[in-house]
Design a protein around this ligand. Structure first.
Ligand code: SF4
Ligand code: SF4
Ligand code: SF4
Length: 365
């Protein structure tokens, strides 16, 4: 256990599936060599097989406190990076050329998988079809299976905020962490021979700036803060209002990313009339977010009703995010206001190996 724990709550009722979060993270953290295929933030469409493809069937995590066998996702499962024909279009002198992606050996289409293979396929039968988006990052778990699995002790959980980091100087690329993480949120950098993953933007957190994926989100659905801060949004949503739930808590790692489950449109009957039945099956939501989904949805519906009748609701004000900066607990500083002389910050994830370098593009995101 760390002394404190930072956490994120994502309100799935507001996610647009726009991937601004994915791009914010990509721009900031995964532009180095060997990271082309990495998307530390992904936005999966549900129902769907997620990223990497079929991760929920790849094992890992704990059951009854015992570590479970896990499989290592291949780069194919994540979806390899593709390239664009920029050179031809912009410098090739061919006026008829148009920009397109080159999927390399996956170009036959059938076998190609991308980081969101099931995008917008969804579930249900027309006119009762449905889908919703599920953004995923590393959960910075309280009981991280990745950390326990590493024989090099290259993974650590920071005491001051519970952020889980891989020390690339200690990592020898054995990839046991990939097998152990039940959320499969660790990537392997073949060029550098090390595992890499979401760092919860810790150089920003250290400076009082919220994560790039939360600050850039146009849907205003990502709350950030400390779990134990009673004035902060995380504590209120998770513990007071009890509307934010972890994904797959049965994996046993105690994740610290929580989700406000999606409300559902009503089903139509055969004559096209609306019914009282929800389109998104409750059992499906329970398979993702556990048995408390119904209570969470009922609570949100109840508060919506209060507002419709002219009453005030702290929960609705929070979820609507009227005051944007209130979403980020103590991490409200603008990136531009961070005073640092060197845009390449040398970070010190452990006392043993103070050398890992991270590009920190001050003010860009
Ligand atoms: Fe959803 Fe926000 Fe990410 Fe867009 S930026 S996909 S709204 S979480
Ligand atoms: Fe480790 Fe996976 Fe938990 Fe992240 S989500 S801390 S990689 S077990
Ligand atoms: Fe990327 Fe930071 Fe979001 Fe993690 S918290 S997914 S490192 S932007």
């Amino acid at each position: 256990m760390s002394k404190r724990q930072v956490a994120m709550v994502m309100d799935l009722n507001k996610c647009l599936g726009c991937h601004t979060c994915s791009i914010a993270c990509k721009t900031l953290w995964t532009r180095r060599e060997g990271m082309q295929h990495m998307w530390w933030n992904t936005v999966n469409t549900q129902p769907g097989t997620g990223t990497p493809h079929g991760y929920e069937d790849m094992g890992g995590g704990f059951r009854g406190g015992e570590p479970q066998k896990g499989f290592r996702p291949s780069e194919d499962d994540f979806g390899k990076a593709w390239t664009f024909n920029h050179e031809e279009v912009f410098h090739g002198g061919n006026e008829d050329a148009f920009l397109h992606a080159n999927y390399g050996e996956w170009n036959n289409g059938e076998n190609w998988k991308g980081p969101n293979w099931d995008e917008d396929i969804g579930g249900g039968e027309f006119p009762n079809s449905y889908y919703f988006y599920l953004p995923r990052i590393c959960n910075h778990c309280t009981h991280p299976a990745c950390l326990e699995a590493c024989p090099r002790k290259a993974i650590e959980k920071r005491d001051e905020d519970g952020i889980v980091l891989i020390n690339e100087d200690r990592c020898h690329g054995y990839r046991f962490c990939q097998e152990a993480c039940p959320y499969k949120k660790i990537y392997y950098n073949e060029t550098l021979g090390v595992s890499q993953k979401c760092i919860f933007c810790f150089p920003r957190i250290d400076e009082g700036v919220t994560t790039a994926c939360s600050r850039q989100c146009p849907g205003r659905l990502r709350f950030v803060g400390y779990l134990d801060d009673p004035e902060g949004p995380i504590h209120k949503l998770v513990y007071e209002h009890k509307v934010a739930l972890p994904l797959h808590q049965e994996y046993g790692t105690q994740p610290n990313v929580f989700y406000v489950p999606p409300l559902s449109s009503t089903k139509y009957d055969e004559d096209g009339n609306p019914t009282d039945e929800n389109r998104i099956p409750l059992e499906y939501l329970e398979s993702l977010f556990g048995p408390d989904v119904k209570a969470a949805l009922d609570k949100i519906e109840g508060e919506r009703e209060r507002v419709r009748h002219g009453e005030t609701s702290e929960l609705m004000d929070l979820l609507i995010a009227r005051k944007w900066l209130d979403m980020f607990g103590p991490f409200t500083k603008h990136p531009r206001d961070v005073v640092t002389a060197d845009p390449i910050r040398i970070i010190d994830p452990s006392e043993d190996a103070p050398q890992a370098a991270v590009q920190y593009w001050k003010g860009e995101v």
